[in-house]
Write a protein of this length. Structure first.
Length: 96
């Protein structure tokens, strides 16, 4: 199983320290990966739903795929959708 770290979803050529800055960071196509506190809050609010048996989640605007993977790690099935091919390709690469 691959380690789930924010640096996987942030351009590896950039600063790995920046990946953990509590601020949105640019990823591709004028999109950003949300600040860590936003991901944490989303997971906190959705936790009761994510841990249900056969849970399914949909991440609209999945960007890098980070939050989609976080949803899936709670045991259910997670789906992500994006509006550009570049972002779709980025997420697919990141979640492999």
């Amino acid at each position: 199983r691959r380690l789930f770290t924010r640096t996987i979803f942030w351009d590896s050529l950039r600063s790995k320290t920046a990946a953990y800055r509590d601020a949105p960071l640019p990823i591709s196509d004028a999109a950003t990966i949300s600040a860590p506190h936003m991901h944490a809050r989303c997971l906190e609010l959705l936790l009761p739903q994510l841990v249900r048996p056969n849970a399914r989640s949909l991440d609209v605007g999945s960007g890098s795929g980070y939050l989609t993977v976080a949803f899936a790690l709670f045991g259910g099935t997670a789906y992500g959708i994006e509006h550009t091919q570049a972002l779709t390709d980025l997420a697919k690469t990141n979640v492999k």
